[in-house]
Design a protein around this ligand. Structure first.
Ligand code: AMP
Length: 506
């Protein structure tokens, strides 16, 4: 069974495979392109159209079209309601994209595709990683592993070049930003630190142009373009197209039709760069942060890799060169590198399973957690505090523990509330256990102050396990995987997987 690599992007997705000589290649979709827009159109009869055909109708049929669904992964309150009134979760919509990629890969490769390595932003927390796996499951794919996009990009870069040294991966896509420092040594890849913002990408640059253009035309007496979904979609289209032109030209036109008014605005590169300067600055600050978190001076960077469509904006390369003192390496394909890396990872996993030698060798990939994991407990002053047990940038897989004590005499239960975040204040972190009150465990009636040890284990896939030990009796009180409140219950995932198998998709 073929295992492919999939970059499930905010705006575009790409699938890839490794040829028998070990060369990773992007897989052509049914329209003949290597990138498939992550756009889904749902018809009134709930048949589904994915990719370029859906994207071309994004403006004319904006109410039936879903874009940027990756931003909603792990958001349990988000739903798309189709014309028929059926509700779709973010996982289901992503599953439609995955299914189209797998179907196209089957056609192009001429063999069944049932397994995949899927990439996510390094900064995705574990519920968003789980949501991505669930999307794969709904699509009928076995997601062998979820890996971080910058790690995949480094794999695509370092595997061929057999380079050694420290790389910064600057990944600015359609919806997310990641900055990651990776050491490549003797063909092995070790992530030293990662940071990012899952809501900072090309989309936000487009928003700035939209607001600017809207203010100008409203000033000229036109209707507010944000008042109507169709006008807003048209405006977004125009503004994104202008942004693309500005990567080549100094100035680009934006046409706005509003009622009987027709406006032509001229956006210069200078104005665009002013409108978005703070967004770029945020990415630069995160570059500084991540290099510092890796414990390195800027001068220790041997290579700077740019990934993601938004790195085509000339100001990105300039800003990254300014802050790192290095000219970014231009050999990576900004749209395909991540999928190529995922395909390499899939090949490595298959080879490890079958025991066959892999044409891509057997590089070791060591990743880190992007976010701290901990539990809420009372501190010495009797106040609730978040105790980080596994800090951000801890190497995974990893198992760490912290000692706590029971609070009152004969306490017979403890509640374990697992958190994501590195802050001490419980208000600043996210409780990820399904019940916000935590998982309840029974303890024998001991005196107050009896020792309890809480272990948190983070596996290579981003799954979190918790184990609680009663140190008085030296026995485990229980071990449980986190039932995350931000994810679909597994029965629902299975049901949706059955539904999708019978649904029509084009
Ligand atoms: P990705 O998610 O990596 O496919 O990146 C998609 C983002 O890259 C979208 O926001 C695009 O508008 C942006 N993008 C693609 N090409 C260009 C370009 N030539 N100039 C500026 N942004 C671009």
């Amino acid at each position: 069974m073929k295992a492919i690599g999939i970059d499930l992007g905010t705006t575009n997705s790409v699938s890839a495979t490794v040829d028998p000589t070990g060369r990773p290649l992007a897989i052509r979709n049914s329209e003949g392109a290597n990138t498939t827009p992550s756009v889904v159109l749902i018809e009134e009869d709930d048949t589904v159209l994915v990719g370029g055909l859906a994207q071309r109708q994004a403006v004319s049929r904006h109410a039936d079209v879903i874009q940027w669904v990756k931003r909603e992964m792990g958001n349990t309150t988000w739903r798309f309601v189709s014309a028929s009134g059926r509700e779709y979760t973010a996982e289901e919509v992503s599953a439609q994209i995955l299914r189209k990629l797998a179907a196209d890969a089957e056609r192009t490769l001429g063999e069944p595709v049932t397994r995949a390595v899927v990439t996510v932003p390094a900064y995705f927390d574990d519920s968003r990683r789980q949501a991505t796996k669930d999307a794969g499951r709904i699509a009928g794919l076995e997601v062998m592993r979820v890996i971080s996009e910058p790690t995949a990009a480094a794999l695509a870069y370092g595997l061929h070049e057999r380079q050694a040294g420290v790389c910064l991966v600057y990944d600015l896509g359609g919806g997310t930003f990641d900055a990651t420092v990776i050491r490549i040594e003797r063909g092995d890849f070790t992530v030293l630190a990662t940071t990012g913002d899952r809501n900072l990408g090309g989309y936000d640059f487009d928003n700035r142009i939209m607001t600017w253009a809207n203010e100008l035309v409203v000033g000229q007496g036109a209707e507010d373009q944000f008042d109507d979904g169709g006008s807003e979609a048209r405006l977004r289209d125009q503004c994104e197209a202008a942004k693309h032109l500005l990567s080549q030209l100094d100035s680009a036109p934006i046409f706005i039709d509003s009622g009987d008014k027709h406006a032509k605005l001229e956006l210069t590169r200078k104005i665009f760069e002013e409108l978005t300067a703070d967004l770029l600055t945020r990415t630069v600050e995160m570059v500084e942060e991540v290099v510092q978190a890796a414990g390195l001076p800027m001068t220790a960077l041997d290579e700077v890799l740019l990934v993601g469509g938004s790195t085509r904006m000339p100001m990105v390369g300039r800003a990254v060169e300014r802050v790192t003192g290095r000219r970014p390496n231009a050999t990576l394909h900004p749209d395909e590198a991540v999928a190529l890396g995922a395909a390499i990872q899939a090949e490595i996993l298959v080879a490890a399973e079958t025991g066959n030698a892999s044409p891509v060798g057997a590089p070791q990939i060591n990743d880190v957690t992007a976010h701290g994991l901990g539990v809420i407990a009372l501190d010495d002053n009797g106040r609730e505090r978040n105790f980080v047990i596994l800090p951000a940038n801890a190497r995974i897989p990893q198992r760490e523990s912290q000692l706590f004590r029971t609070v009152v005499p004969n306490q017979t239960e403890i509640k374990v509330r697992v958190t994501v975040g590195d802050e001490e204040d419980p208000a600043d972190v996210e409780i990820i256990t399904r019940d916000s009150q935590g998982v309840e465990l029974s303890v024998p009636p001991y005196p107050a102050g009896s020792p309890i040890e809480v272990f948190i284990a983070y596996d290579i896939d981003g799954t979190v396990h918790v184990e609680v030990m009663d140190l008085v009796a030296n026995r485990s009180l229980g071990e449980f995987p986190i039932d995350r409140r931000n994810n679909l219950p597994q029965e629902q995932v299975e049901r949706l997987a059955r539904d999708l198998r019978t649904a029509t998709i084009r």
